[in-house]
Every structure is written in C-alpha cells, then in structure tokens.
Design a protein. Structure first.
Length: 192
C-alpha cells in the first residue's frame, strides 16, 4: 500500500520526515558547498575518528558525530552532574538503527553526514560539527531548531526527541529530576 505524498503511516516512525526527495534537495545544496572544498579537503577537514568496537550500523565517524551532538545537548551541570559520554547514547542510537527498515537507516546516516558537515554547508565555516568547540557547536545546533529549512528543523526535533527519551530513561538521571522510577520498579525494590 502506498501512502500519498505528505501523509505518514504510523509504521514510518520518529524519523519518517527524511524522505528521499527532501534529502535530495538538501544534498544538492550540500554537494555544491562541498565541491568548493574538494573531495580530498573533506577528508582532511573531517579528520580521523577514534575506533569504536561493537557498532552494528554506525561507523566511527557517525558515532563521533552523535557523541558530539549529545555532549552539547546534555552538558554536565550542577542540576544533573552526569558525564553523558559514560552513558554511551550513540551506542543506543546504533542499537535503535538495527531494528529500522533499510531506507530509514540510509536516510538517518545521510542526516548524520549533513549534521557533521552542517557548519561548512550552512554557516560557511571551515570546520565540521565534531571539530567545533562546544560553545560554537551548541550555537550551530540551536540554529537547526530555528532554521528556515524544514529539513533542518525536522532533523533537530527528531534527534532531540530521541535523545531526550534515551537520556531521561536512564536510571542514573532519575534522582536529579525527581522521578522515583516506575511503580513496578519501586514495588520490587521495597520487597524484603
């Protein structure tokens, strides 16, 4: 069954906005900008990503992009003094992708490339997302939420929803937000 353009089925999920047509339009803009740097320049600009063992879908560069993203979304604060790197949220994203249809995985991987090269493509900075300092990275990422580009806003909302769900679902965060845990969890921990 085909879903008419503009309509989404329930099975499309959280990242269903990444249609091939929307991504193609964004890719054409990005491609033009990236051609200005040159293919070899992109490798130098991106640099090497540390090796990450046990990934099923993401590669090391994609993992690095996601890690750079969650670091600015959930900085260690007095209110929640947790080092987000220890939570391995990119690994949770990798595990989520294992259950997604292949076309969603491809589109999400393209979205990660767009995020990584976003400073170059959208802000004309000679840097990638992961190489920006945290303050500049946060400013760039916040720009996605208010962008004139529907695709950038949708990527921003979807990533924020996913990682908020995963972050605040971690038991280590619960005491800092006043959540005592699920009632079943509480009933099990009270038993002798």
């Amino acid at each position: 069954m085909t879903v008419p353009e503009g309509e989404q089925s329930a099975r499309d999920g959280l990242f269903s906005f990444l249609s091939r047509r929307r991504f193609l339009n964004a890719s054409l803009v990005a491609g033009g900008a990236l051609l200005g740097v040159g293919g070899g320049g992109l490798f130098i600009l991106r640099g090497r990503a540390p090796k990450v063992d046990g990934l099923q879908v993401l590669d090391a560069h994609e993992y690095q992009t996601v890690q750079s993203l969650v670091e600015i979304m959930f900085p260690r604060t007095d209110a929640i003094p947790i080092d987000v790197a220890s939570m391995e949220l990119p690994r949770a994203f990798d595990e989520f992708l294992m259950g997604e249809p292949e076309h969603n995985v491809k589109d999400l991987r393209k979205a990660l490339v767009l995020i990584e090269f976003g400073p170059l493509v959208f802000d004309r900075q000679v840097s990638t997302f992961s190489r920006l300092d945290p303050e500049a990275r946060l400013a760039h990422w916040n720009g996605w939420a208010t962008s004139d580009s529907l695709l950038r806003r949708q990527v921003s909302v979807a990533m924020r929803k996913f990682f908020n769900l995963v972050f605040f679902d971690r038991e280590a965060v619960w005491p800092f937000i006043g959540y005592p845990g699920p009632s079943l969890y509480r009933s099990r921990s009270v038993r002798p």
